[in-house]
Design a binder for this molecule. Structure first.
Ligand SMILES: O=C(O)CC1=CCC(=O)O1
Length: 253
């Protein structure tokens, strides 16, 4: 599958691929673009299968499918190796790539993610809800996990923009990616990840709380672990200055 993507920064720069959460598109990484591009990085922001402007997959996806769609984009763009920054579903694809295709990954920054995110029935139920009622049915709850309550209360415009991103995701695309998370278990892959890795959790993330990040960092040889205060699930958006500083450090800026 060919993914839709947006590219910024110099085309001959070191590639950094930013891969986001279920229900988001490339715009969730807007705060990171300028800091990376002005330091000379080639910033590539794909939309997940069935998200943003990427084509909708024919049926349920696996995390391997999501990861391989990223590899397909690497090939299409002539990227031999990239720094991969993945949040949530993007981080799951990143872990898969770090374990199965470390030759294509210069480093991993795994944000607000999990190696196993049960219970599986919850993901099957969410897929059934969006297929029956559309992504509007889960949008308020999704954005409620993305931002801390105080940030949401103070920034109604941001809430509305993020909600529109969820609602703009096709129901079939969202459901296909729910299946990827439902069946995912990357815990056994963690010790195989042989690339430099930074794991970042949001202290107030209700979806993938810090213990999930800690488990990942404990499982990956040599991984560093950071917890960012005042961040829920979309920590790279709400606490973008701290997340961006950590990302810049990991990619060697
Ligand atoms: O919407 C959620 O529950 C948060 C989330 C888990 C995986 C992902 O990509 O987003």
């Amino acid at each position: 599958m060919s993914l839709h993507y947006v590219e910024d920064g110099p085309s001959d720069g070191v590639p950094v691929v930013l891969s986001g959460s279920i229900g988001s598109d490339h715009r969730m990484w807007d705060p990171q673009v300028k800091p990376l591009a002005e330091r000379g990085f080639r910033v590539i922001r794909p939309d997940h299968p069935g998200h943003g402007k990427s084509p909708v997959p024919p049926g349920p996806c696996s995390v391997a499918d999501v990861a391989e769609s990223l590899l397909g984009l690497f090939d299409e763009l002539g990227v031999a190796k990239a720094h991969l920054v993945g949040l949530s579903l993007g981080g799951m694809a990143g872990m898969w790539l770090g374990a199965h295709r470390p030759d294509r990954i210069a480093s991993l920054t795994l944000c607000c993610t999990s190696a196993k995110l049960g219970p599986p029935e919850r993901w099957a139920e969410r897929a059934a809800t969006v297929l029956a009622e559309g992504t509007g049915a889960i949008a308020d709850a999704a954005v409620g996990r993305w931002l801390t309550p105080s940030c949401a209360a103070e920034n109604p415009g941001t809430v509305a923009a993020l909600r529109a991103m969820v609602v703009g995701t096709s129901a079939a695309g969202y459901a296909a990616c729910c299946a990827a998370i439902e069946h995912m278990d990357l815990v056994g892959d963690l010790p195989r990840i042989g690339v430099p890795t930074l794991v970042i959790s949001g202290a107030e993330d209700p979806a993938t709380p810090p213990e999930h990040g800690e488990l990942i960092a404990d499982g990956i040889p040599g991984a560093r672990f950071e917890i960012v205060e005042g961040a829920a699930h979309l920590g790279s958006y709400e606490q973008h200055e701290r997340f961006t500083a950590l990302i810049l450090d990991r990619v060697g800026a």
